[in-house]
Design a protein around this ligand. Sequence first.
Ligand code: ADP
Ligand code: MG
Length: 565
Amino acid sequence: MAETETVATPEPETVSGFAALGLDPRLVAALTELGYEEPTPIQREAIPVLLTGRDMVGRAATGTGKTAAFALPLLHRLTRPDAPKARPAALILVPTRELAMQVAEAVHKYGRSLGVRVLPIYGGQAMGQQLRALERGIEVVVATPGRALDHVRRGTLALANVTAVVLDEADEMLDMGFAEDIEALLSGTPKGRQTMLFSATLPPRIAAIAERHLTDPARVNVAREAVPTGEAPKVRQTAYIISRQHKLAALGRVLDLEAPAAALVFCRTRTEVEELTEALAARGYRPEALHGGMAQDQRDRVMRLFRAGTADLLIATDVAARGLDVEHLTHVVNFHVPCDIEAYVHRIGRVGRAGREGVAITLAEPREHRMLRNIERATGQRIEAARLPTVADLRARRLELTREALRGAIVEGDLDRFRVVVEALSGEFDVMDVALAAVKLAHRAEGGDVEDADIPVAPPPQEQRFDRGPGPGYGPRRPGPRGPAPGMARLFISLGREAGITPRDLVGAIANEAGLPGRDISGIEVTDRFSLVEVPEEAADFVVEALNGVRMRGRRVAVRRDRGR
Ligand code: ADP
Ligand code: MG
């Protein structure tokens, strides 16, 4: 990987990266609008092939942009002038309700300017409403397999005109027991259709489905990009696993604790750069934004401030930060796990130059932990899964800073003019109390106490659970006669068969709420009044927290660690 040491300014607009793939200019414009600057590796490889109409088996880790990889060519082909006009023309199958909404939202955003109508259908939504929408004529249906099949059987969803089918997150769909539903749906669609299968992993069961239902598929695999050894820099690498809604707070806390001399925070899109810059400014930081949508002179200004050390917190996209070479940079923060390994290596290569210690921090969502493992494997370097500092940690750290400030003031001397204050008060109060009050004021002046609430901490990557040394719950254990499997914790869930709960509901809810993939959930038992599941020990507290109070089949559920029957 060549370093661009001497380039002074980032390259201008690069959305042409998408145009070069052969996409409709209106789609390229939509991506510019969304702030995408460059295609990710899976997008670069998949889009040109899918535009030809060929079937595909695509594999790439979570968070690498698979949705756009299939949705963009799908929208392009659906709206070309000679495309068949009968509806619905495309069916996208996804494992969960949440993904149905997310993918439908993405397809809507990409295809808005093409006038494409998309409808998510999933369990738990009133059938009538979905049905009326279908009658109005919808181009793209995004559905969980079970619900799609319900509609087909009731005659409210016709598959006869479908020209494209996507199996998204295929491994998850199989883990959730949708294999038969998928087979039935595929059998009900016309022979000449284009079929795209995307997955983070490709177990044999998926190969079997591809064998039966895909025609001469192109195979794209970007899951394991190897990085030549020796290129990866030596940097302290830490990951915090955190759910999406707490990322901003987590970033603030990490910045507070690390107090970086100069930090570069990477985002995925221009929009995100702007949002994050604004949010951090609102929290009292002084961040500068840098992205490809800014005018050249604006970008030059920010670069100058940063190089001169006047600005110390820069929020940027990869493309805009290209060529930014700052001597004194101490911290690189990935606000998400980057889309490809090379990007990760390139980012963290900016710190730790010339023998100084550099720090790379990655905020990862629970569902992205596999991508972290891939990066570790490819770079041969460890990314330590750390616990987010708690409010108590921060308080302790701030008291430490106050103590240091007071110590400095005593050593410095020149305190005589304050003696009169202490003497006046010592007649009335104990001198210790006077000192305590003075410390309180000094502490407040130093920034004071942390007002934040604690941030729920997600489990670190479960593959690393035995790396963490001794401690409660981390060691291997013997399975008791009815105890959970080794490394697993059993959870009690307050709803059961009488509430209409099925194993699929449980897996779905845990996947949706805690982001835990189906394959990490086992030992499911549904009794009349309650249910039990087993999840990886380190994920247990997070799952309890995420699931507690959530509605399942219309009823609020209580969840706790099972204490045995
Ligand atoms: P996957 O399906 O592989 O897990 P997604 O399709 O959900 O990943 O994409 C993850 C995130 O990356 C989404 O927020 C998406 O908007 C964003 N994203 C996708 N492609 C790009 C790109 N080319 N540039 C910037 N962000 C992107
Ligand atoms: Mg996806």
